[in-house]
Write a protein that binds this ligand. Sequence first.
Ligand code: HEC
Length: 168
Amino acid sequence: MSKQDSQFFNIFSLVLGILIVIAILLFALARGVGKNTQQAHLLTEPKYVADVERNLTSVRVAVAGVDNAALAIAPGAGAMTTAMAVLTDGPSVYEQVCGACHAGGIAGAPKTGDAAVWAPRIAQGKATLYKHAIEGYTGKAGVMPAKGGRADLSDELIQAAVDHMLAQ
Ligand code: HEC
């Protein structure tokens, strides 16, 4: 190796070494800057915040029990949808909920359409029947669960179901 060659080689190695050191320093700098800014920006990014908010709402609602609709099975989820069908009037509430016991007089429930068992109950007055249907009632015959076990239904719907039952 000539003297010139070895001089070139030394300078070349030095430059290479300096470039590597600079690259490492830049990498470290970028990481340092990114750590303090990227994370902070992500947390205020509107789309990210909206996503988190949307994902949390149903959980919050379910935990707080404010709106049980959040727990309802979405339409198209399969066979369960029919059973969870939205009940909007007295007859459908009766069919889906009350009829389970009252249609056949199951578990001591006064049978729908049986005037003899209903007469003394009707004599109590409609207000009492509504109250017993909404709040639940334990009498001599058995246990009438509050709202027939469907706490998610409104008082009005239960009253409509009682009216429907009494009309039979
Ligand atoms: C798990 C069975 C069951 C379901 C479901 C059910 N009931 Fe009853 N219900 C009973 C029983 C048992 C009684 C009789 C309680 C007694 O007098 O001992 C009763 C009694 C009643 C009475 C008479 C209360 C009284 O004061 O005499 C009304 C009104 C009534 N139910 C309405 C409803 C309505 C409306 C629904 C649907 C939203 C419903 N029930 C769902 C079991 C049921």
